[in-house]
Design a protein around this ligand. Structure first.
Ligand code: NAP
Length: 336
């Protein structure tokens, strides 16, 4: 096993990049060299990381010539489309947070608790799923394995941090005189916007389409019936989701709850007599997916409703990507 690795963090100055730095500081990975990249805008700025000062570098076509083992990209789809293949051609494995590669048949779409076996099939690029999909499939996978999922209905309540710094600004500063909205088409203060990403010809949003297609790919159920309504809400961080699931097989509710309690990466918070259920404010700062309000759906033969909350910047982006890098280090998966 190679002892020490070299990692590039692309988009190190953004919302996801900042949290990725914090998580990397918390972890003791065998990475001896880190390089932080941004666009020309933040290039030259200083970052303190693990007690040492780094200068952020502008990402350029020759940036990967010096040799990297892994790169985590959190810099948007266009940047990833252009630079991930360049990085991979130089022997660096890219874990990409954007939507650019997720549905590419040659690119594994990975949530380590669900399908870590896919990692070794990579050809230089691994995609991190959409934040709202990651937190949903963690509890859904164990239920699919045990009871066979027939249909899923997603309704999401997504935090503004999922829209990056501009989204956070619209909530934090939207009440100030002369403030011009940076991200959303309407004020997010006092509103729920049923509009995340662009509208498609069929009336769905791209975010809804991502949830549908990515769930099928990750669960390896290409024909699974899935539908979604995704909504932006005036919450700073952590996405909440109401998930309605119909199963092929009958189930005992207590047994189903136990299955979730024993699932890797899941914490069940379900004690309604004492008002215990997952909350965005409690999930923020954690890597687990919190599940509660688990109850039978009496309108179908074998169905449940549940309330699923997770930190969209951590489990929904940065920590999922870092978990993938950790798995690669553990298995010594590399291109070089
Ligand atoms: P953000 O706060 O707007 O940050 C964007 C980052 O990308 C900044 O560091 C920016 O650098 C950098 N960047 C932009 N263009 C670049 C270029 N040409 N070359 C190199 N770096 C460039 O956005 P974010 O919320 O962190 O999201 C980043 C990515 O993660 C997006 O693809 C997003 O879809 C995905 N994602 C976000 C979430 C979430 O919950 N926020 C969840 C899952 C996935 P400058 O500082 O120089 O502008």
């Amino acid at each position: 096993m190679k002892k020490e690795y070299k990692l590039a963090l692309v988009g190190a100055t953004g919302v996801v990049g900042r949290v990725a730095r914090k998580i990397l500081e918390e972890k003791d990975l065998p990475i001896s060299e880190y390089v932080f990249f941004s666009s020309y805008k933040s290039a030259g700025s200083k970052i303190t990381f693990k007690g040492k000062e780094y200068t952020v570098r502008e990402l350029r076509e020759d940036s990967f010539d010096e040799g990297f083992d892994y790169a985590i990209f959190s810099a948007g789809g266009d940047t990833s489309k252009k630079f991930s293949p360049i990085a991979a051609s130089k022997g660096c494995i890219v874990v990409d947070n954007s939507s650019a590669w997720r549905m590419d048949k040659d690119v594994p779409l990975v949530v380590p608790e669900v399908n870590s076996d896919e990692i070794k099939k990579n050809k230089g690029i691994i995609a991190n799923p959409n934040c709202s999909t990651i937190q949903a499939v963690v509890p859904l996978k164990v239920l699919d394995d045990k009871y066979g999922i027939k249909r899923i209905v997603y309704s999401t309540y997504q935090a503004v941090s999922g829209a990056g710094i501009k989204g956070i600004n619209d909530l934090e500063h939207g009440n100030e005189d002369d403030y011009e909205l940076q991200k959303f088409p309407y004020p997010i203060i006092n509103n729920c916007l049923p509009h995340i990403d662009v509208f498609l010809e069929n009336g769905y949003t791209k975010e809804e389409e991502k949830m549908i297609n990515e769930t099928r790919k990750i669960l390896n159920r290409p024909d699974l019936k899935v539908t979604a309504t995704t909504v932006r809400v005036p919450v700073i961080n952590s996405h909440s989701e109401s998930i309605n699931v119909e199963f092929e097989n009958s189930f005992d509710l207590a047994d189903l709850v136990d299955t979730l309690k024993n699932a890797k990466g899941v914490i069940v918070q379900d004690d309604v007599k004492n008002n215990v259920y997952p909350l965005a404010t409690n999930a923020t700062g954690y890597d687990e997916v919190f599940v509660g309000r688990i109850r039978r759906d009496y309108s179908v033969d074998n169905g449940i409703n549940m309330w699923v909350v997770a930190d969209n910047i951590r489990k929904g982006a940065a920590s999922n990507a870092i978990q993938i890098v950790e798995e690669m280090i553990k298995e010594d998966i590399g291109l070089q």
